[in-house]
Design a protein around this ligand. Structure first.
Ligand SMILES: [Mg+2]
Length: 101
């Protein structure tokens, strides 16, 4: 049996602040996913205001992205460029996104 070559362990150079910003991003994305899941199960306007919950959690996600940009963890211009590209090219994968709601 041949063994796999050993790869050197990655050098983790994250600061505590960088690690915290990523943890916040992950946490907020999870909360937004949970809010979206509630809407899939119960609708936007059930007994709870699921729309408001999603809006709040998306705002939290947006804030966590802005934090990453503020501290130059990621390049905001590259994120915006990618968003514009995705808006142009992603339509081919949409099945139901027309002019009507
Ligand atoms: Mg949140």
């Amino acid at each position: 049996m041949t063994s796999m070559p050993h790869l050197p362990p990655p050098v983790l150079t994250l600061t505590n602040a960088e690690r915290e910003r990523l943890a916040i991003l992950i946490e907020e994305m999870g909360e937004a996913a949970q809010a979206a899941g509630k809407i899939l199960r119960h609708g936007y306007d059930s007994q709870m205001d699921n729309r408001a919950d999603l809006e709040r959690e998306l705002g939290d996600v947006y804030n966590s992205i802005k934090m990453l940009c503020h501290y130059d963890d990621v390049d905001e211009a590259k994120i915006c460029a990618r968003q514009e590209e995705k808006a142009r090219t992603g339509k081919q994968w949409h099945h139901f996104q027309g002019d009507t709601k």
